[in-house]
Design a protein around this ligand. Structure first.
Ligand SMILES: Nc1ncnc2c1ncn2[C@@H]1O[C@H](COP(=O)(O)OP(=O)(O)OP(=O)(O)O)[C@@H](O)[C@H]1O
Ligand SMILES: [Mg+2]
Length: 255
């Protein structure tokens, strides 16, 4: 099984240490948790992994491939996909089109073939529409297929983002607060999707403020505070670790 490996990953913004010497293993076939108080550096880790932010130090590998300095599109081709804490959809475009964009990684026929309307290209477009519709069904979004994505509730928009990320058929998916703004029924449905993804041998990195949800989903959890890993292990271990309890109680602006 492939592994996403972070070694001594560091990021500084001027004087702010957003990440310092972070070591993490995200294996295929499992859901790995990443928690920590606001500003702990969780999103920064995802930004570095996906090539949206250059690292200050350290390395990122997918299996034996070093992707530390690879551009974002190469990282996508290497099999990584993400969702955003601040939703990023084409708000004017339909829900279906937003998901179709995710299928891009697997497009085979050339643009020329498509331009001349060659049968291979047409067949591919039909296949792509079918795959996108299947994903919408999986996420319970079928009835919104033709709606502009920007008109949906935040919870539904998050699901569109996840469908788009999964459309790329990634080997690893990085989820930045995927159940924010969702009720229990919705988050249970997503839990099933995440578990199915891991059961298919793929790796999931789950960032969440809902610690109960993370504890339920993950066999291994990493805890960040002030850019450093302060604890890791089973849910039982980290949630009872005095260092973690102190970070959560002491953290926050009103501490
Ligand atoms: N582009 C940036 N420029 C400057 N500082 C940044 C930038 N992005 C993040 N930071 C800082 O890095 C630190 C970590 O931020 P990050 O967004 O990674 O935290 P987080 O754990 O995702 O927090 P939250 O739970 O609120 O989403 C914070 O102090 C933040 O202000
Ligand atoms: Mg964040």
């Amino acid at each position: 099984m492939t592994m996403l490996k972070l070694r001594n990953l560091s990021k500084r913004f001027g004087g702010v240490v957003a990440s310092e010497d972070v070591n993490m293993d995200v294996p295929g076939g499992k859901i790995t948790g990443l928690i920590g108080p606001n500003g702990a550096g969780k999103t920064t880790i995802v930004n570095m992994i996906t090539g949206m932010m250059p690292v200050t130090g350290g390395t990122i590998h997918v299996g034996d491939t070093d992707i530390t300095h690879a551009p974002a599109h190469e990282i996508c081709r290497a099999g990584l996909a993400r969702t955003f804490q601040n939703i990023r959809l084409l708000s004017e475009a339909s829900v279906l089109d937003n998901v179709m964009i995710g299928l891009h990684r697997h497009e085979r026929s050339s643009t020329m073939a498509a331009l001349f309307g060659l049968p291979a290209a047409a067949r591919e477009t039909a296949e792509m529409t079918e795959r996108a519709l299947a994903l919408l069904a999986e996420f319970g979004l079928t009835r919104f297929a033709d709606y502009p994505a920007g008109g949906l509730s935040y919870g539904h928009q998050r699901k569109v983002e996840m469908a788009r990320a999964m459309a790329a058929e990634p080997d690893f998916i990085l989820l930045d607060e995927p159940i924010a703004g969702m009720n229990d029924v919705e988050s249970d449905a997503l839990a099933d999707i995440f578990r199915g993804f891991a059961a298919a041998g793929k790796g999931v990195l789950l960032i969440e403020h809902n610690v109960r949800f993370v504890a339920r989903m993950c066999s291994h959890i990493y805890v960040l505070d002030g850019g450093r890993l302060i604890s890791e292990g089973t849910p039982d271990h980290v949630l009872n670790d005095p260092v973690v309890i102190t970070a959560y109680l002491g953290g926050g602006d009103d501490a």
